[in-house]
Write a new protein. Sequence first.
Length: 103
Amino acid sequence: MFAVIKTGGKQYRVAADEQITIMSLAGEAGETVTFSDVLLVDNDGATQLGAPFVAGASVTAEIVEQTRGPKVISFKKRRRKNSKRKRGHRQDLTVVRIVEVFA
């Protein structure tokens, strides 16, 4: 059984006992999070497709850790102008473990 959920402006295919890395969620490690924006549920070939969400479906997950992504460097240079700018960015991420998919 798997589901497609929407969180942080992205869609993720999830199944029970999987770990996924998503955009930052509020909460500490060990807390439970429920995703109610379920777009699709597949239960051994019986597919339920939402319009836009599947009614009564939800996914429960446990927060494993709050982390940060790799550093991304943004470097801009204007040639012959002695002008350059260097900025770094690290995205805040949350690692969650999917506990259960309710259909």
